[in-house]
Design a binder for this molecule. Structure first.
Ligand SMILES: [Zn+2]
Length: 396
C-alpha cells in the first residue's frame, strides 16, 4: 500500500512539474494532498521518504494566489536517480542517460559495422561506451539505477538476458552476461522495436493507446502497443512485421521463407532498387542519409524505390490494421527520415485496402524520435519502473 502511495505522490509531482508542462506551477505538499486524496500528514510522510530516496526536491518557491501559508514547491530531482539506455544496431552503437524526469542528459552514438562480428567484441565495445556515458552522467550528479539494452533481435519472455536471434547482426543464442566485462553493470536486453514503441508512447505529443510502431533499421521490426501496454506475444516474438509475406511466390528471405516484407521495403532492397548498392554492398557510411539526399534531389530511381517500398509496407500494414484495429500507425527508426517519400504510397495502399473499418490518413504518421527512439526508450524504462515503485531507489 505504501509502495503504491509513494508511486501516486511521485506521479502527481512529475505530472505537474515545470518540465512536463512549462506553464503549470509546481505543487506544494498541500496541493499534492488535494490531488491524490490522501491526508496532508500521510502525504508529508510519503514526500519525506521520496526526498530521502533522492526522487523529490523541495524548493523555495512559494505557491501563489492561495489563501493561507504558502507551500514550498516540490519537483522531481534532476540529480541522483537515472536510467541508462544502450543500443546495438547493425551500423552503430548508442548510449543515453535520462534523469528521473525522463530528460536525456547524455547522448552517445558511434558508427560501427557490427554485422557478423563476434558478439563478444561488439558487447565489449558497448560496455566501454556505457562506462563513458555513466562517467559523464556522474559528473552531472546522476547515478545510474538500471540498464537496458536495445537489440535488433528476438528477446524471449524469460529471465537471464538471452537474445534468441538477431539475424541482421548474425547472432544466435547470445547471453549478454557471458560477454559483459563487468558483472555489476550487465544490461537487460529488449527488442529495439519494442523500446522504440514505448518511447513513442511515453514521449509523443499525440500518443494514442493502441498503435503499431514500425521500427526500420537494417531490418524491419514492429511493436504493438495495445491499451497502453506492450504486447510481446506468448514467447516474446510478436511484431515480426518484416517477415509478413507480401508476395506469396516472392524472393527468398534470410529467414528462410519467401516474399517477406523485408525483401521489398528493407534497407538493402530499397538501396538496390535505387541503384545505390552493388552486390548488396553500399559504400556510404550512412545509407539512409544517402537515400534521403538522392530523393530530395529528385533522383528518379530512388523515388521509385521508396514508392515501391511504401506500397509493400502499406500492404503489410493493412493486415496489421485488420487484425488489431489500431488508433494509429507510426513509422519509426530510419523510416522516419524517409517518411516524406514513403508516406504517399503507404497511405494510398491503406486507403484502398482498409475497407471494413473507418480509416483516416492522419492515423499514419512518422515518429518524432526516429533513430533515437529505441535508446531513449531503453533509458526511460528504468525511470518508468522507479515511478511505479519508488522503493527500488535506495533509502536515504
Ligand atoms: Zn523473412
Amino acid at each position: 500500500m505504501r509502495r503504491r502511495n509513494l508511486s501516486v505522490v511521485l506521479g502527481a509531482v512529475a505530472g505537474h512539474g515545470p518540465l512536463s508542462r512549462p506553464r503549470s506551477r509546481a505543487l506544494s505538499r498541500a496541493d499534492v494532498a488535494g490531488r491524490v486524496g490522501l491526508t496532508r500528514a500521510a502525504v508529508s510522510s510519503l514526500v519525506d521518504e521520496l526526498i530521502g530516496r533522492g526522487a523529490l526536491v523541495e524548493g523555495e518557491t512559494a505557491s501563489e494566489g492561495r489563501v493561507g501559508r504558502p507551500g514550498r514547491a516540490l519537483t522531481v530531482s534532476d540529480e541522483g536517480p537515472a536510467g541508462l539506455g544502450l543500443d546495438i544496431g547493425v551500423t552503430h552503437l548508442g548510449a543515453c542517460v535520462v534523469d528521473l524526469r525522463g530528460e536525456p542528459r547524455v547522448w552517445r552514438r558511434v558508427e560501427r559495422a557490427n554485422a557478423d562480428r563476434p558478439a563478444g567484441q561488439v558487447l565489449a565495445e558497448a560496455a566501454a561506451l556505457a562506462a563513458d556515458a555513466e562517467a559523464e552522467a556522474a559528473a552531472l550528479g546522476l547515478r545510474v539505477d538500471g540498464r537496458v539494452l536495445a537489440v535488433p533481435g528476438v528477446v524471449p519472455n524469460e529471465p537471464g538476458g538471452r537474445i534468441e536471434r538477431a539475424p541482421n547482426l548474425g547472432w544466435h543464442a547470445v547471453r549478454i552476461a557471458d560477454h559483459w566485462p563487468d558483472p555489476d553493470t550487465v544490461p537487460e536486453p529488449e527488442n529495439e522495436a519494442n523500446l522504440g514503441a514505448l518511447a513513442e508512447y511515453w514521449n509523443a505529443e499525440q500518443a494514442v493507446e493502441t498503435f503499431v510502431h514500425v521500427s526500420a533499421g537494417a531490418g524491419i521490426g514492429a511493436a504493438l502497443v495495445i491499451d497502453g501496454q506492450l504486447f510481446r506475444g506468448a514467447r516474446g516474438f510478436a511484431g515480426e512485421l518484416g517477415h509478413l509475406p507480401v508476395h506469396p511466390e516472392g524472393v527468398r528471405c534470410a529467414c528462410g521463407a519467401r516474399g517477406c516484407l523485408e525483401q521489398y521495403a528493407g534497407q538493402v532492397a530499397v538501396l538496390r532498387e535505387a541503384g545505390l548498392a552493388q552486390h548488396g554492398r553500399v559504400r556510404a557510411a550512412d545509407p539512409v542519409a544517402l537515400l534521403a539526399e538522392r530523393a530530395g534531389a529528385g533522383h528518379l530511381p530512388t523515388l521509385r524505390a521508396l514508392e515501391d517500398a511504401g506500397r509493400a509496407l502499406g500492404l503489410a500494414l493493412t493486415s496489421a490494421v485488420a487484425l488489431i484495429d489500431p488508433d494509429g500507425l507510426v513509422l519509426g527508426g530510419t523510416y522516419a527520415e524517409l517518411a516524406e517519400w514513403l508516406l504517399p504510397s503507404v497511405r494510398a495502399e491503406l486507403a484502398d485496402r482498409v475497407t471494413v473499418r473507418p480509416w483516416t490518413p492522419e492515423a499514419l504518421r512518422p515518429s518524432a524520435l526516429g533513430r533515437r527512439g529505441p535508446v531513449l526508450g531503453a533509458a526511460q524504462r528504468t525511470i518508468r519502473r522507479i515511478m511505479a515503485d519508488p522503493t527500488l531507489l535506495p533509502a536515504g
